[in-house]
Design a protein around this ligand. Sequence first.
Ligand SMILES: [Zn+2]
Length: 242
Amino acid sequence: MYSTREELELGYRYSIQLEKQLSINNDLILNQYINSLGQRLVQSSNRKNIPYTFKIVNDKSINAFAIPGGYCYINLGLIDLAENEAELASVISHEIAHVVGEHGMENMTKQQIIGFAGAVILGGRPTLTEEIISSIIQRGVLTNFSRGAELEADRLGIEQMHAAGIDPIGFESFLKKMRDKEKGESSGFSNMLSTHPPTDLRIKKSFETRTSLSQKKYDVDDDSFLKMKQQLNRIYKKSNNN
Ligand SMILES: [Zn+2]
């Protein structure tokens, strides 16, 4: 229905529009850490032939999302909630899996794909392309996934972690953290929970997937996670003073 080139083009243009509205964090330590963790998971995925970009959003709410073409966004608030590398990797791995499963593109109607593909070929009419992309984005086509797609992203995400040597128990442990937060009054989630299947179901399924995997010795955290968290705390302190 569409080519990889079209998906990359759509993702790139979407990322440009998105980043006009987001504040992207440029801290070197944070970005190097998130990028290397992300690329490590990508290398263990079933879709390594496209480039992936990992960006940190200056936003204290707990959220992460991915758009077609390999663009993944992770909020500072989510990095703050993760207590070890496996927990943080679980969210990044889930987002990579949405790209691997092409869940955003899957949501597009034939008409939207034809319209977009035609606009890309015409090329000379950038406003038309922008209009078509805007209408696709506004309908939430590329970021609102079905329950089936969400559960598939969990399953693929766990498999990617396993293959990368990162303990997939981080999935359950982070989901439980989210469930506990969910019960609190001001949970701090933007729309992460409302756009995903019930957390209890995700925990149950994650357990099933994890325990079905082969036995493996997973990596132990080196001090890079800790160093990244220390830097995050410095940034948080700074922004609290402002
Ligand atoms: Zn998801």
